[in-house]
Design a protein around this ligand. Structure first.
Ligand SMILES: *Cc1c(COP(=O)(O)O)cnc(C)c1O
Length: 762
């Protein structure tokens, strides 16, 4: 099932979750096995095979295999929470065993040690975190079974020397267990440094979206002791649900991008705090002043995104700053897309060993300048007047919180109908086809990105496109470019004709031809797409929308390929924007969704809104919720895809196996000058190549891809390659030697190597 080269980079392993395909369908995303029980084979022994979902669920396997690969482990498990992972290790001990713990560390571990395991006669002793001499002095050879370290430690971010800790543990016959929650793999791999067990609260960076509580545990050796620990998940029952497991895997696909952004921002925020007059000291392993700086540099790939800092003053001063941040949320936990601040001394309880004026930050995916600004204001500084960055808006989903509980992730509202007051019947929520709170946040975020007055979600991109045509009347005409997404072409060739609506096709990007195609008074809609599928033809959107407006027609731009991060059609004069949100907006190849957005909510918009209500092509709440989750990493994903696409285009320029390269970022591409003007931040992640040697050569090349998955669609975390002429059928205008690439977020080296091997001998 694993279909990636053995030497694939960890970015690639993450983006594709090892490249596994769902065995029944070839799906690029695993199925969620919801069954609690499985039909048995009567010939099997009692616990052979899958028989009940507490011992085992097939949904676990891909996550566990990916995790084992990242950690360099022989085996790994997902569990119901980070605490459950901890408990499994403790539960595998016996009365009279000793455990050596850090004095200051994750509070939950100490509660478990004192409340629970003490009753079983397991003895817990604690050493000052990071103090190797104390560990040596306290460990009891033959009796201490576990030396426990947190790395980096909570909250001071001490990074112990793992190899030295392993030496101390092993000499005494103990096992070294590392809680590496603050620094996920592959950036930190304690097993490779000599640790025996590494565990994570996967709630944090691994899942990374503040919406799943989960744990992981991985072992250097799958020996008998591990089997004993492993058995605890089944025996004491701290399992993870299949849907949470699936979400965890989905979260892990962007781990590399999230860590890259969060670490860079953490460095910027740490430097800012270091220079701030109200800050007494900053603890961040990336700062030269941090006691663990040199060790962190040697043992880890980066310094993580957790910062602790002490305010000048006492507990009240720290609490006042804690309460004064606006953008940064006062909440516990860490590792999510939103930046969190916590006064651990208060939240840990009255006997907390954490210094009273210390605040802890978990740096998320917002723009670092916005975070510094917020901290400055909270500490009484002037801040600045700049508007919030795109990264900030996306990471926080505009900062929306649930009501009444102030959750940082909005709930999934499943109700199809809402009880209301007869005096205001049906307000604000009446029926699930018309309103569902779950869709409101992604609609607001997309409207914000597009600079739109409103946005509305649809059940698919095609449903959004169809609403435009459904809003017309018999006798109306549509001017439409001839090179575009084939599904829209197919629809326009059939449905509107049956409804008495005529289409006038014009050569893509040709403004004179557009002018000629428009019949004033009759042409109601001009349909545009730039870059256009699959030849990437560019249209000057400002000019084309002006032509439409002069003729009294509305312009609609299918902005699926560019995304609002690269092109904002409404700013260029378009009236409406349409997306297949299946593609970049969601970005995880696991929902079908569409959206329309408008510059002004005028009569045509109202008509399309009414069509959604009447024809019923709505998006379900689960899909809307997943879309919002995907949007949080949109800028990270699009930036990586753009960077890799231009690198691929440059690499393939002049390649012996390539007859032509179609990418708007290349100076040689006909639409380049216009694209450079109307696209900002990149030229997109889509490019097409025309293979030398015609159709047969193109088909041979297509069949050889391994990292690029041979599948339709685009805009997901995984790279895809498609021979469009095959998909579109005999009346397709697409050249038969053309392969379309959707560049994902894998490592560029793996993508180029895959292209090279596929093109060999073409
Ligand atoms: C995929 C796509 C569509 C259709 O969207 P669905 O979500 O598949 O219905 C429309 N336009 C473009 C450019 C697309 O790539």
């Amino acid at each position: 099932m694993a279909d990636l080269p053995d030497n694939a980079h960890t970015d690639t392993l993450l983006a594709q979750a090892l490249g596994w395909l769902e065995p029944m369908s070839g799906g690029v995303v695993p199925a969620i096995e919801m069954a609690t029980t499985y039909k048995r084979n009567s010939a099997f022994a009692r616990d052979e095979g899958i028989w009940y979902s507490r011992p085992e669920n097939p949904t676990y396997w891909q996550v566990e295999a990916l995790l084992a690969r990242l950690e360099g482990a022989e085996a790994a498990l997902v569990t119901g929470s980070g605490t459950a992972s901890t408990a499994m290790v403790v539960e595998a001990l016996k009365t009279g065993d000793y455990v050596l713990l850090p004095q200051v560390g994750y509070g939950g571990l100490h509660f478990m040690a004192t409340d629970m395991a003490n009753h079983w006669g397991i003895v817990f002793e604690s050493y000052p975190a990071g103090d190797l001499d104390a560990m040596r002095a306290m460990i009891r050879p033959g009796q201490t079974k576990i030396l426990w370290v947190e790395a980096p430690s909570n909250p001071e971010l001490i990074v112990p020397d793992i190899a030295a800790c392993a030496g101390i543990a092993h000499e005494a016959g103990a096992r070294l267990v590392v809680d590496a929650t603050f620094m996920p793999p592959p950036l930190f791999q304690p097993l490779k440094l000599g640790a025996d067990i590494v565990l994570h609260s996967a709630t944090k960076y691994l899942n990374g979206h503040s919406d799943v509580v989960a744990g992981t545990i991985a072992t250097a050796r799958a020996d008998d002791w591990w089997r004993h620990v492993e058995h605890m998940r089944f025996r004491s029952g701290a399992v993870l649900g299949p849907f949470e497991t699936w979400l965890l895997l989905r979260g892990m696909r962007t781990l590399h991008l999230r860590m890259e952004r969060a670490q860079a921002s953490a460095m910027a925020v740490a430097r800012f705090l270091e220079g701030h007059g109200r800050v007494r000291r900053v603890l961040y392993p990336g700062l030269e002043s941090h006691p663990s700086h040199a060790l962190a540099r040697r043992q880890m790939d980066g310094f993580g995104a957790m910062i602790a800092f002490e305010i000048d003053g006492g507990v009240e001063d720290a609490a006042a700053v804690w309460g004064a941040t606006k953008l940064i949320k006062n909440a516990t936990s860490l590792g999510g897309p939103e930046t969190l601040i916590e006064h651990r001394h208060v939240s840990d309880g009255y006997d907390s060993p954490v210094p009273p004026a210390m605040l802890r930050l978990s740096i998320g995916l917002e723009d670092a300048a916005d975070l510094c600004d917020d901290l400055d204001r909270a500490m009484g500084g002037p801040g600045s007047n700049r508007g919030r960055g795109i990264g900030t808006k996306l990471a926080q989903g505009l900062g929306w919180e649930s009501r009444p509980h102030a959750g940082v992730v909005l709930p999934l509202h499943m109700a199809s109908t809402y009880a209301t007051d007869p005096a205001a019947y049906g307000k604000p929520y009446a029926y699930g086809r018309d309103q569902n709170p779950t869709g409101e946040q992604p609609e607001a975020v997309i409207a914000e990105l597009e600079g739109a007055a409103e946005a509305k979600l649809f059940g698919s991109g095609m449903a959004a496109a169809a609403a435009v045509f459904q809003a017309l009347a018999s006798g109306d005409r549509v001017a439409i470019q001839d090179s575009l997404y084939w599904g829209v072409r197919g629809m326009v060739k059939t449905l509107p004709a049956a409804w008495g609506i005529a289409a006038d096709w014009f050569p893509t990007g040709d403004l004179d031809a557009l002018r000629a195609a428009i019949r004033p008074g009759e042409t109601k809609v001009v349909w545009l797409e730039s870059p256009a599928n699959p030849g990437m033809a560019i249209t000057d959107l400002a000019a084309a929308c002006a032509v439409a407006r002069e003729a009294g027609a509305v312009s609609v731009v299918d902005n699926t390929f560019a995304t609002p991060l690269l092109t904002r059609p409404l700013d260029l004069g378009a009236d409406f924007v349409m997306h297949s949100a299946t593609k970049y907006l969601n970005g995880h190849s696991d929902i079908i969704a569409g959206v329309l957005a408008c510059r002004e909510a005028g009569p045509f918009w109202q008509r399309m809104a009414a069509i959604r209500h009447q024809a019923g092509a709505i998006l379900g709440p689960l899909e809307a919720w997943l879309l919002m989750r995907g949007l949080r990493t949109l800028d990270l994903r699009v930036a990586r895809a753009c960077r890799s696409a231009i690198a691929i285009a440059r690499h393939l320029e002049g390649h012996a196996g390539v007859a032509a390269l179609l990418y708007p970022g290349l100076e040689s591409f006909p639409g380049h000058a216009v694209a450079a003007r109307q696209m900002t931040g990149g030229f997109g992640g889509m490019l097409s190549i025309r293979v030398k040697g015609g159709e047969a050569a193109a088909m041979r090349v297509w069949s050889r891809f391994r990292v690029f998955k041979i599948a339709t669609s685009l805009g997901g975390v995984e790279s895809l390659v498609e021979h469009r002429a095959t998909v579109e059928g005999p009346d397709s205008p697409v050249p038969v030697d053309l392969l379309r690439l959707s560049v994902g977020i894998e490592h560029i080296g793996d993508l180029i190597a895959d292209l090279e091997q596929a093109l060999v001998g073409a």
